[in-house]
Ligand binder design. Structure first.
Ligand code: UD1
Ligand code: UDP
Length: 382
């Protein structure tokens, strides 16, 4: 007999990757009825994750449109999730991170007076325009949520500072749980280029860049620096799985196409991405998720942003903030290619973000909060 109905709601690729192991964990629990709703804020990039983790959503709002604005995503999610909640009547809604889906699903649940659990809670830059709109999304969800699942102690301290102390759990990040099932030594790629690359003899730079606050001039600076890095270093191969956003694809085409050692490819499925990351020399990215994954694999990361809400790997020495100015990005990239000592200092595996047991702790914390378990989980020890 299921005692607790939990609905997980997500819409974009990174939310799906980080929620998939949690949906699987909840589905295994005898006391929990696990339901899954996708907004499909992303379509193809979401479906690729659903396929890999064999998830079949119970509800699919299918809201994506090309070049969608923040207001259209938010309003379509808000009304769509309201209908789903009225039909399914869950006891708890789980949202993840900081996307427009996250914020609007949390708000829709609040309007229906359904409790909200926030996975990946407490990340902050305290700059409301960077990352935009994510910083405001996650801050607002912090106010709405009843349960807060913080990956790291610093995330929990942020919530404490904001006066949020009830229902806070230190769990680690679920992305480390996801990586336990995707990274394999004998992995063979379906993208032929990735099988053909010489990972020992060449230096493979893995790049992603998609953030809204980098649209326009920052992206032009970053991409110009990347092209110069490849031109000046004949031993490099740059692999950039380009996000499906038309704005990003236009910029990548304009600044990075037509070079034999720059490979602009379609988004990779998550298994290919994680295994490419495990084999590459260096990661240059403005992604949040890659900043958590690459340190676990011992890969240096240059963050193509002005700030980061993930300071733990910076403190551990495996991640550096490169900013978005052409000279700074070029200089830090060149240093890692030319100075073996600088490279060795950054290339060691650290795991400040999790130990692979975040989903188990979140499941236990939910059951404890609803009286189905006598003790809360032990906190994640970073
Ligand atoms: C969204 C999130 C961002 C997250 C990113 C992960 C918001 C405001 N932003 O940004 O926090 O880091 O996802 O990738 O929630 N598109 C497709 N097919 C897809 C996915 C996207 O064609 O499968 C195109 C569409 O034209 C869409 C555009 O990409 O309009 C942008 O997608 P959107 O979800 O609005 O923003 P992202 O930049 O992906
Ligand atoms: N990712 C992927 N294929 C790609 C690029 C990224 O599977 O081509 C994965 C990546 O490993 C990480 C997540 O998508 O788990 C990060 O998503 P993204 O960078 O789009 O969003 P962010 O983390 O910045 O919100």
């Amino acid at each position: 007999m299921k005692q607790l109905r939990v609905m997980t709601i997500f819409g974009t690729r990174p939310e799906a990757i980080k929620m998939a192991p949690l949906v699987q964990e909840l589905s295994r629990r005898p006391g929990v009825e696990s339901l899954c709703c996708v907004t499909a804020q992303h379509r193809e990039m979401l479906d690729a994750v659903l396929r890999i983790f064999r998830l079949q959503p119970d509800y699919d709002l299918d809201i994506m449109e090309p070049r969608q604005t923040l207001s259209t995503i938010t309003s379509k999610c808000l009304t769509g999730v309201e209908r789903v909640l009225q039909e399914a009547r869950p006891d708890l809604v789980l949202v993840h991170g900081d996307t427009s889906t996250t914020f609007s699903a949390a708000l829709a649940a609040f309007y229906q007076q359904v409790k909200v659990g926030h996975v990946e809670a407490g990340l902050r830059t305290y700059d409301k325009y960077s990352p935009f709109p994510e910083e405001m999304n996650r801050t607002l969800v912090g106010d709405i949520a009843d349960l807060h699942f913080c990956p790291t102690p610093a995330n929990r301290e942020n919530l404490t500072r904001e006066g949020i102390q009830e229902g806070v759990f230190l769990t680690g990040n679920t992305v480390i749980d996801a990586m336990a099932t995707t990274v394999r030594k004998d992995f063979s790629f379906t993208t032929e280029l990735l099988n053909e690359l010489d990972y020992q003899g060449r230096r493979v730079i893995l790049v992603t860049c998609h953030r809204r606050e980098n649209y326009g001039e920052p992206m032009a600076h970053i991409m110009t620096a990347l092209r110069r890095l490849v031109e000046d270093h004949p031993e490099t191969e740059l692999v950039y799985p380009v996000h499906l956003s038309p704005v990003v694809r236009e910029a990548a085409g304009q600044y990075l196409s037509g070079h034999p050692r720059i490979h602009l490819i379609d988004p990779l499925d998550v298994e290919e991405m994680h295994n490419l990351m495990a084999r590459c020399y260096l990661v240059m990215t403005d992604s949040g998720g890659l900043q958590e994954e690459a340190p676990a694999l011992g890969k240096p990361v240059l963050v193509l942003r002005r700030e980061t809400e993930r300071p733990e790997a910076v403190a551990a020495g495996t991640v550096k903030l490169a900013g978005t100015e052409e000279e700074a990005v070029y200089r830090l990239g060149a240093e890692l290619l030319e100075d073996p000592e600088a490279y060795a200092k950054m290339a060691h595996a650290v795991n400040p973000y999790g130990d692979g047991r975040a989903c188990e702790r979140i499941g236990d914390a939910i059951e404890w909060s609803f009286g189905l378990r006598p003790e809360p989980p032990e906190p994640f020890q970073a």
